[in-house]
Design a protein around this ligand. Structure first.
Ligand code: IMP
Ligand code: MG
Length: 179
């Protein structure tokens, strides 16, 4: 799998350090409160698990499985909810945990939906931000790393469901997806 990466963009150590910094900020912001941390599966699974273990807060957890249609390297039009939340979020302080914000379409849809359902607040936490590709009017409240417009895999992120278990984030060789 490593051979399919052009190079490592973020090492396990770099990610670990940054996750700790984000957790520290959340610990300060939410001290004494009980936020609901929503993991956006599948991509955020590794980030979520690492982040949670560094939160010194009385949190609740929930999960959603969403995907924009298509399995390619560019996300397309509509958001598909394959698994919805299992709790009522009315009055809750929601923290959405997502792997990457790209066009922003996914997070714009999710934030709007959660506010419509009566969440008291919605905070967006992302590990990666491809800032130059944003088209939707949304931004992360907490983000790990701003990255260039390159297709990355590992640490939860996939290409056609592969590479999610790499412990680092690598730039996928173009030859892998332009075949
Ligand atoms: P958005 O809706 O365009 O912001 O896309 C967000 C989703 O696209 C993320 O949750 C990822 O699943 C996927 N995505 C965007 N860029 C990458 C990438 O470089 N590698 C893997 N998945 C990506
Ligand atoms: Mg995703």
């Amino acid at each position: 799998m490593t051979n399919d990466c052009e190079r490592i963009l973020l090492t396990k150590e770099q990610i670990d350090k940054r996750v700790g910094e984000i957790a520290a900020e959340l610990n300060e912001k939410y001290a004494g409160r009980h936020p609901l941390c929503v993991c956006i599966l599948k991509g955020a699974v590794v980030f979520y698990a690492d982040l949670l273990r560094r939160l010194d807060l009385d949190v609740m957890l929930d999960f959603m499985v969403v995907s924009s249609y298509g399995t390619g390297s560019v996300s397309s039009g509509a958001l598909k909810i394959a698994k919805d939340l299992s709790v009522d979020i009315r009055g809750q302080e929601v923290i959405i945990v997502e792997d990457i914000i790209d066009s922003g379409f996914t997070l714009a849809c999710l934030k709007k939906m959660m506010l419509e359902r009566g969440a008291k607040s919605v905070t967006i936490v992302t590990l990666l931000d491809k800032a130059s590709r944003r088209t939707a009017d949304v931004s992360s409240d907490y983000n790990g790393f701003v990255i260039e417009d390159e297709f990355v895999v590992g640490y939860g992120l996939d290409y056609a469901e592969r590479y999610r278990n790499l412990p680092y984030i690598g730039i996928l060789k173009r030859s892998v997806y332009e075949k």
